[in-house]
Design a protein around this ligand. Sequence first.
Ligand SMILES: Nc1nc2c(ncn2[C@@H]2O[C@H](COP(=O)(O)OP(=O)(O)OP(=O)(O)O)[C@@H](O)[C@H]2O)c(=O)[nH]1
Ligand SMILES: [Mg+2]
Length: 364
Amino acid sequence: MSQEGEHTDNFIGFSLLADQLQRKTVKRGFEFTLMVVGESGLGKSTLVNSLFLTDLYRNRKLPPVSERLAKTTEIEKTTLDIEENGVKLRLTVVDTPGFGDGLEGSDAWQACVKYVDDQLGQYFQTENSVNRRNIVDTRVHCCLYFLSPYGHGLRPLDLEFMRRLQYKVNLVPVLAKADSLTKRELIAKKKRINAELAEFEIELYQFPDTDSDEDEEFKSENDTLRRSIPFAVVGANTVIEVGGRKIRGRQYPWGLVDIENTEHSDFKHLKRFLIQTHMQDLKDVTHDVHYENFRIALLKELESVGGGGVGGGGVGGCGGQTAQGEEVYEDPETILLLQHKEEEIKKMQEMLNKMQQQLAAESK
Ligand SMILES: Nc1nc2c(ncn2[C@@H]2O[C@H](COP(=O)(O)OP(=O)(O)OP(=O)(O)O)[C@@H](O)[C@H]2O)c(=O)[nH]1
Ligand SMILES: [Mg+2]
């Protein structure tokens, strides 16, 4: 559908979403939240800038590159209201601080998991309040997980992170800084990553199966996108003019990498996947699967808390069952997980109290 020339600086492409949507949604607007997670320095901030922000900042004065590329130190949420061909999109990008190869792993994942959980909890709260006509959906609809191009496959921290997030959010892995790999290395690395993701049973976002009556073009594009996982990306904030055409790219002594050129990276596939072809499905899966799991687990926990004890259900789908019968845990990871669950239950209890107060106030 999108041809050369269409991906100019002032066209993002989400208005093509219209055919996925009902008229009412188009009129009211569309909310979408994307989160980026991964090791420090892999180009998360640069990529979100390349994907959306530079498009949207085109009329504004940009701070110097050095300022824009500062290390991210806290969770940064940027919301942009954009309108294209009469379709409104409220896009939120959640940029998270990267973690290093030190030992701060558990702190790093806790902040991200908490962010995702808080949004699910907030949605639950508003959905259950009297005034629920204008629910603002801040849930994370997609989490891009950045993998290093330098290591051999997945790192322990990558596995840890993805395990914590897999049942809470649509996880989509990306292979960062693809320009540092040759084509052959890239293919080998993708293969290895996919094999390891399967071996460790990491639950990624599942592309929907295409129906036999669906458009051939759509089917083949869905397959291309599915096969691109992990999307090999190159980010760049620099706009370079080549032959009168402005492109976003990285300049090297040996040549130029045009990030939107599908020969160089999957950047364009990723952009299309996110804001054109699969945005609606990412939202549906968030609501029907991740939110539903969270809601059911929360209700179960609240029920058991109300019944005088805390059960051992998987809150928010952290995965796995706790042992039945004797509760003796020696494994530090299990102890940590239980502590985390206890904190979650406490948080839910607080949320329930707040909701009850709110309901009481509203019914007055
Ligand atoms: N070669 C190459 N360099 C990149 C790419 N993307 C970003 N960079 C560079 O990598 C450095 C780090 O980029 P950031 O976008 O700040 O990385 P980050 O993941 O947000 O880092 P933290 O905020 O610390 O988590 C910058 O100097 C970027 O210019 C890429 O695709 N290829
Ligand atoms: Mg950053």
